[in-house]
Unconditional design. Structure first.
Length: 78
């Protein structure tokens, strides 16, 4: 699944589970005069096609700034 995130909204979960650890790669690209950050995940090593991209998300500067604020607040980054 590929998607470009345009906004974030805080929600509540009844129960969160820890997911399996996987690898991700990030890419930075200028596109139509704006910078995009793309993060692609590759799923478990045991999947049918190892190394195949599983999910990809893109952030523009506005979405990245919003996520940065969320990360700072959530993890008390200085």
């Amino acid at each position: 699944m590929m998607a470009r995130i345009t906004s974030f909204e805080k929600a509540e979960m009844q129960r969160m589970q820890l997911h399996d650890a996987i690898e991700a790669k990030y890419y930075v690209q200028d596109y139509d005069g704006r910078k995009l950050l793309q993060i692609s995940t590759f799923g478990r090593a045991t999947r049918d096609i190892p190394g195949k991209v599983s999910q990809t998300i893109q952030l523009d500067e506005e979405a990245a700034s919003h996520l940065f604020g969320i990360l700072k607040k959530t993890f008390d980054f200085k």
